[in-house]
Ligand binder design. Sequence first.
Ligand code: HEM
Length: 484
Amino acid sequence: MVEQALTPPALRLPPAIQTAWWLTRPLSLMARCRARYGDAFSLRFIGFTRPMTLISDPEAIRALYTEPAHGLPPGRTISLQPVLGERSLLLLEGEEHIARRRIMLPPFHGERMRAYEPLMREIASAEIARWPIGRAFAVHPRMQALTLEVILRAVFGLDEKQTDDRREAQRAANLRELLRALLAVSASVRLQLRVLLARRSPRRDPLAPVLAIRRQIDQLIFAEIADRRKRSDLDQRADILSLLMLARDEQGEPLPDSELRDQLLTLLLAGHETTATALAWTIDLLLHSPPALTRLRGELRNAAERPGDEQAQSSAERYLRAVVSEGLRLRPVVPLAGRRLAADLDAGGLHLPAGSDVSPAIWLVHMREDLYPEATAFRPERFLASAPSTYGWIPFGGGVRRCLGASFAEMEMRAVLATIFAALELAPASAKPESPQRRNVTLAPRNGTRVIVRSRPIGAGDSEHGADRRPCGDSARRSLEGAR
Ligand code: HEM
């Protein structure tokens, strides 16, 4: 074997230009490199000593993700550790990582997870009741508020309205505000810059504002944990914090408070922005794809009119699943989910030595014409006949590090989309679909997906974006009128 021939070509531009291109227009950079070099190529970013090889051949991705010994590339730890803490599941490696995953997985699967669906629908209904009628607004911030509320209630178990204890209610309200502040700071691209600066000049501490918020959050979380330990109803609570407090590790020990804190912040940071952005993208795609939008509305209307008809319910559910899969295919929110190789990687005509940093270029994989004919078209129907393939559809990464909250996020997306499109007639505020913009580690719609709510709910007669502004469904009328 001639190793030279299999080593992926490197983009020949100074690292500063590659970094700037990646930060400002990552999709154009990846598309250009694939056109020029094929399925594998490497990039160099400033601040990193080794190049990052991007791959988009499913066979090579299978080889990467089926080797559990591979580690994490340094980028993840550098940018996340100051906020999440060193015991975060996102940052643990090897046996420790597998052991923690085992403890944290149960609430994100099966019946336990499905128990959160009514809460998601309730939060979505309350959210859309506040939307203005006939006036354009950005839906992405609304989705952020919604997914934050889901995490605060399902994961942290915070609900000021449910408690009679004033001290507890005040703590929940304070925690909510501080978590919002932490999210605002950590979503900014400036955080990464601050972290890099902190590494270069340890005497200055550019991370001080982040750490100050985190210290306050820690106090409140520790007080919440201490209070819950004193109460007798811990095993009757369904929120994920309570379930983690009851969990025991292999030695029969509970998780220390500091680790509970790290894992809570991890779930908040990993699960809030990603799901909100995926929802904003999917709404944008639906509103600019009339056949898919019409079919979704038809399926939801049919299911609503035939509550006892299992076929109508499962047909709507199947189409919603396909819409979510297609949204995540066409606009994957996280562009990279990489590994540092613990052993050589030989697959798909590629050789990479142990120690290399490698990531699937998730968007390039999803754009492969051999897997997805007319790959740029939004066509949920492609997922009706067969489920997404394990290594050709990877919005949640893969292998032993695949997103812990993937099923939770997909369920949330289905619940929110069903609530919105069953109750409201939405129209795009602009004829042009959104283009992507970087927000920390995610790619988000540049203008926040601007939409207009027509007051007429679906199924009320005339043309699709007609001029009739009367709400006609009872619940829609109540909620929409309440918003004025
Ligand atoms: C559409 C929404 C979401 C997307 C696109 C997404 C994407 C991802 C990706 C790409 C990874 C890295 C996987 C890898 O390295 O192979 C990841 C990891 C993770 N995600 Fe998500 N995620 C989403 C929602 C959520 C939610 C709702 C939660 C929890 C509430 C969550 C919790 C996590 C955790 C804990 C990890 C670390 C897993 C590990 O390292 O073992 N995510 N996610």
